[in-house]
Design a protein around this ligand. Structure first.
Ligand SMILES: [Zn+2]
Length: 164
C-alpha cells in the first residue's frame, strides 16, 4: 500500500462515500420496505477498508465484502462491516464515475446484509449457495438501482458484468 493512497472512508473521499451510501440505503430501504432507522438497529453496519482486514477472503473480482464484527447475541443483532477494496474501486471509477460505482457496490452489500439480517440466507452459507446468492443479489441490486441511477446504472452494469 502506498503511504498516502486515498481511502474511501476517510476525508476527502468520505463525503462522496456518504453521498453514495445515502443513495444506496434509500434504494434498498424502498425495495425491502425498511424504515431508515433500521440501518442502525436491525441491520447494523459500518464501512471500512480492506487494509484493515488483511485476512478477509474476497470473491474473485469483488470490490467489497462483508465482515461480521460480532454475531447476534442476547437479543442484539449481529454487527457487520462493508469492507471496500479502495484501490480497485478508484481505478474502475475512472470509467464509471465514483458515485455510481460506489452506489452500486454499497447497494449490493446492503442487499446481502438485509438477506443475512432477515435470515433469508445464513452468513456462513456453503460455496454452492454463495454462488446462487451472488447471482440473486446482483439481479436485485440492478433492479432496485435502475430508478435512482438511470443511465449511470446502465454504464456501471456493463462494466461490472459485461455478459449481462
Ligand atoms: Zn455479493
Amino acid at each position: 500500500m502506498m503511504p498516502h493512497a486515498p481511502r474511501l472512508h476517510k476525508p476527502p473521499l468520505l463525503e462522496t462515500l456518504c453521498e453514495a451510501l445515502q443513495l444506496a440505503e434509500t434504494a434498498v430501504s424502498r425495495y425491502y420496505a425498511i424504515s431508515p432507522r433500521e440501518w442502525g438497529t436491525r441491520f447494523r453496519y459500518d464501512v471500512g477498508s480492506a487494509d484493515d482486514h488483511p485476512d478477509l477472503p474476497f470473491h474473485p473480482g469483488a470490490l467489497a465484502q462483508i465482515a461480521q464484527l460480532s454475531p447476534a447475541s442476547g437479543g442484539f443483532p449481529a454487527r457487520y462491516r462493508i469492507v471496500l477494496k479502495d484501490d480497485e474501486i478508484l481505478d474502475l471509477a475512472d470509467s464509471t464515475g465514483l458515485v455510481p460505482l460506489l452506489t452500486f457496490t454499497l447497494a449490493h452489500e446492503l442487499v446481502h446484509l438485509v438477506r443475512f439480517g432477515s435470515r433469508r440466507i445464513p452468513f456462513d452459507a456453503s460455496e454452492h449457495a454463495v454462488l446462487a446468492e451472488e447471482e440473486e443479489v446482483h439481479r436485485i441490486t440492478l433492479e432496485l438501482l435502475e430508478p435512482a441511477l438511470g443511465e449511470d446504472a446502465q454504464r456501471v452494469r456493463h462494466i461490472l458484468a459485461p455478459d449481462a
